[in-house]
Design a protein around this ligand. Structure first.
Ligand SMILES: Cc1cc2nc3c(=O)[nH]c(=O)nc-3n(C[C@H](O)[C@H](O)[C@H](O)COP(=O)(O)O)c2cc1C
Length: 192
């Protein structure tokens, strides 16, 4: 399946410092002709940070995708029964969302979307972005890595000197990881 024929759920969680780079990757997918449906975590919709206001970011993503997106748990639930997505991407994926996902917690629109989508036996792509990826969350990343239908955007340490536990996905590899995951293959090398 080509990206231009895909319905891609693009779920965004609160790694606010990556938002500019994420918008660029969403644009790449839209330019390739994909139908991109944004899904926002509750914190992304409500927290204003030094990287900008929640409202401005959500509006901008809606504009780029030309899609109102999914903002609530009830809006995310039909992804399961109606098989709305060919692939779901969580990018950036926080340590918080990784911890919850790996433990079966479903208390945000993003986590509901993931649960609903995985029940359809379809690919979920995760782009890690967390200061504690090599800390307490390392075990949770490991749990997800061995789960069926879960793929990772290749990732690595971003600043081992000042943030030794931090890891981030190489965001420009998002489109390639999606294409690979749609064919049931993890893009390699996974650690960069
Ligand atoms: C300015 C700012 C930047 C943050 N950056 C990150 C980050 O890069 N990675 C991360 O895992 N959490 C980060 N956090 C913490 C998350 O936003 C927080 O854990 C939140 O509960 C995540 O919720 P969500 O996963 O449902 O979006 C940041 C918080 C703030 C205020």
């Amino acid at each position: 399946m080509k990206l231009s024929e895909c319905n891609i759920g693009f779920a965004i969680t609160g790694s606010f410092c990556t938002f500019d780079k994420i918008k660029s990757q969403i644009k790449v997918l839209v330019d390739k002709g994909a139908n991109v449906i944004p899904i926002f975590s509750s914190n992304v919709q409500s927290l204003d940070t030094r990287f900008g206001t929640a409202k401005a970011f959500v509006e901008e993503v809606k504009e780029i995708t030309n899609n109102e997106g999914i903002c609530t748990i009830p809006q995310a639930e039909p992804i399961g029964p109606n098989k709305l997505l060919d692939v779901l991407v969580i990018a950036p994926c926080t340590g918080n969302t990784i911890a919850k996902l790996s433990n079966g917690i479903t208390d945000t629109p993003v986590l509901m979307a993931a649960k609903a989508h995985l029940r359809n036996n379809r690919p979920l792509v995760i782009a890690v972005s967390s200061n504690d990826a090599l800390g307490v969350n390392f075990q949770n990343i490991g749990k997800l890595m061995i789960m069926k239908n879960i793929y990772f955007v290749p990732f690595g340490q971003d600043n081992y000197k000042t943030k030794p536990n931090s890891m981030v996905a190489r965001l420009p590899l998002i489109p390639e990881t999606i294409e690979s995951a749609m064919n049931g293959i993890q893009l390699q090398p996974i650690l960069l």
